[in-house]
Design a protein around this ligand. Structure first.
Ligand SMILES: [Fe+2]
Length: 302
């Protein structure tokens, strides 16, 4: 699938006058040099690794050049449980408590929800009702496993990166969030899952960022009026947030399209009229200055 929006993310980030709040990094698969280089260049307040990290040394050792520069967060991917080493260098590192899986954490002013891992039908195929899942929880799976199937007296290592129904439901009932980071993709992706969309809408988030599929992609089937935006981030690449949509000093094109849907021929009038909800700025200026998400929310509400 071709992205609807060209994603020369590095070049666009370089145009920003100020450091991005957040940067999301696609599956490193052991190569953390692009992460370190991007943090040293753009100095984001915080970063999120989107899974399949597979650090070759403990994660805090790999990322030691940037630990004083930014706040590091991560979610696990399916490959982070491929071997004992993959598991230990991540879950056993000094950054183990930065795991966002199954919780909502405030990071640089955004409430960020995390759902790491992947769906595996041995536990739950999300195309089936959750009450028909083979195991409702890791505990239930543990009880059903033969001794030789277990790992370190718990569930099999592979399933340490499997999404369990109870974890999903707990996140579903969490307070509202601004951003959801996942390893699995939402349904707009050809290999995405409707369950991610349902979680997104339950949390009320406006942005989903995922890894796993090694593509830089603004999900093709989402319309400008969709309740959230979704981005896949490629291996070795990143997405900076808030996003400089145009690099040309104007509101992003999809925001202009959304305004046109809402106001028709009067869209430009609305965009150029100072608004009390935007500290007296015009929606166009507010969006250009990094506030496009708030303007988008207003248009969606209207
Ligand atoms: Fe993956």
């Amino acid at each position: 699938m071709n992205p609807l929006i060209p994603l020369d993310l590095h070049a666009r980030s370089a145009l920003r006058q100020s450091a991005p709040k957040l940067m999301f990094f696609g599956d490193p698969h052991g190569d953390l040099k692009p992460v370190i280089a991007a943090v040293e260049r753009f100095r984001p307040e915080a970063i999120v690794l989107l899974g399949d990290i597979q650090a070759r040394q403990p994660l805090h050792v790999e990322l030691s050049p940037i630990l004083d520069l930014t706040e590091v967060r991560w979610i696990p991917g399916n490959h982070d449980t491929d071997s004992d080493g993959d598991f230990d260098r991540l879950f056993g590192s000094e950054l183990a408590d930065r795991n966002l899986h199954g919780r909502v954490v405030e990071i640089s002013g955004y409430k960020v929800a995390g759902l790491g891992g992947i769906f595996r039908s041995k536990i739950w195929d999300p195309r089936q009702p959750i009450k028909e899942a083979a195991s409702a929880s890791a505990d239930a799976l543990h009880r059903s496993m033969r001794r030789e199937e277990r790992w370190r007296d718990g569930i099999a290592r592979r399933h340490r990166s499997t999404i369990c129904p109870d974890e999903y439901q707990q996140l579903l009932r969490s307070p509202p969030a601004d951003i959801l980071v996942t390893h699995e993709a939402p349904a707009a992706h050809p290999h995405g899952c409707q369950a991610i969309d349902e979680l997104t809408e339950a949390l009320g988030v406006q942005l989903v960022v995922h890894g796993h599929h090694h593509q830089n992609i603004a999900e093709g089937t989402l319309t400008a009026a969709a309740p959230f935006r979704a981005f896949g981030v490629d291996m070795g690449s990143h997405l900076a947030w808030p996003r400089d949509e145009t690099g040309l000093g104007g509101p992003p094109q999809d925001l202009l399209d959304l305004a046109a849907q809402v106001f028709g021929a009067e869209a430009r009038v609305w965009l150029d009229k100072p608004h009390e909800w935007l500290d007296g700025q015009t929606p166009a200026a507010f969006a250009t200055g990094g506030g496009s998400e708030k303007v988008r929310s207003m248009l969606n509400a209207i």
